[in-house]
Write a new protein. Structure first.
Length: 353
């Protein structure tokens, strides 16, 4: 009979290799338990890996659109609120003009002027509303305050009005000769002011003294095929007409003019304010349509996101119950391997000599 030498080193090496493989697989299974997807997608899916990568890319694009749509929705909401404030200010001016129609007492005229001053202040504040560091009504010039404050000290718009008045009548608004102005002259002056305010050229009164805004509105992509107007700008007719009607009331109603001329001023101011309300509410309607389109786009994007997520899960998702069972098995194997390795290490002839 022949005996051969057998070393326990071979058995130990085999067990150590088994332990290393089990530890690697255990780490992968634990990762799968946390993430819910295969630890090595490429190894599991093989040729289908390209498909899941494409699905992930499309899902990221959809999620990006949903994220930007959330900001667009907030931008539209803030714009609607600001336009609503301007419309409300215009309606208050209307009520003031109707309430104080035919007024001649200085006290009531002063109250009327204060009312117009408040409307101008509200208009300026609302027109200069900002959201996320961008001015809503500046068009594409989002980093520039769109409307200058007419009532501020040194206002160029105020200086331009006084200059226009003096040039037309040959005396300033504070001159007692204002009592000699006829209703036809005042009507002609207001018509001249309207031309200046509504001039859309870069050299017009509105562009040089009132507005720093661009007439090109901000747009936002809400889906792969839809782009909407996500705000308006301070150069719209409604904005200009409001400013014109408010300035006429503020500057002219309180002057030393005849009853007939004051009625002309009141009627013109009321006309411009009415047009302003129509124009501003028209912009609100346009933005309302944009809000509705964002809502519909989000519904579609969310549905597509669910489909994409389901498709990815079908390819990558692991069976958590199976994974948990496998983890238990691996832990038991490792425990047994550790025990056997310890016993093999204690198997030495030295212990028996």
């Amino acid at each position: 009979m022949k005996t051969s030498f057998v070393s326990n080193m071979t058995m130990q090496s085999t067990l150590l290799r088994t332990i290393a493989e089990a530890q690697t697989e255990l780490m992968q299974k634990q990762k799968e338990t946390v993430t819910g997807r295969h630890a090595d997608v490429g190894a599991v899916l093989g040729a289908k890996t390209a498909r899941t990568l494409n699905l992930h890319r499309d899902l990221q694009r959809l999620e990006s659109l949903l994220s930007t749509n959330s900001l667009t929705k907030q931008r539209l909401s803030a714009s609607q609120l600001a336009l609503g404030n301007i419309s409300e200010a215009a309606k208050q001016v209307q009520e003031t003009l109707i309430t104080f129609a035919g007024t001649e007492t200085q006290t009531q005229l002063n109250q009327t002027k204060e009312s117009f001053a408040g409307a101008l202040t509200l208009f300026t504040n609302a027109a200069n509303t900002s959201f996320s560091g961008e001015y809503l009504f500046a068009g594409i010039n989002t980093d520039v305050m769109p409307v200058n404050n007419y009532l501020a000290a040194g206002s160029t718009a105020k200086t331009a009005f006084d200059s226009a008045f003096s040039a037309f009548f040959s005396f300033p608004p504070s001159d007692p000769q204002t009592a000699n102005i006829t209703d036809l002259q005042m009507s002609a002056f207001i018509d001249d002011l309207e031309t200046r305010f509504m001039d859309t050229s870069p050299a017009g009164t509105w562009a040089t003294d009132w507005s720093n805004a661009s007439s090109q509105n901000m747009t936002s992509r809400i889906s792969s095929s839809e782009v909407i107007q996500s705000s308006t700008n301070a150069n719209t007719d409604g904005m200009r007409k409001f400013a014109l009607g408010a300035v006429i009331g503020y500057e002219l109603l309180n002057l030393n003019i005849s009853t007939a001329v004051r009625k002309t001023v009141s009627d013109k101011s009321l006309e411009f304010i009415g047009s302003a309300i129509t124009g501003i509410d028209g912009e609100r309607t346009t933005l309302g349509v944009s809000e509705a389109r964002v809502k519909q786009a989000n519904i579609s994007l969310e549905a597509q996101t669910k489909i994409m997520t389901t498709s990815i899960n079908n390819l990558e998702k692991v069976d958590t119950n199976e994974t948990a069972t496998r983890i238990t098995t691996l832990e038991n194997q490792l425990s047994l391997a550790y025990t056997l390795t310890g016993r093999l290490q204690n198997m030495s002839l030295v212990n028996y000599l």
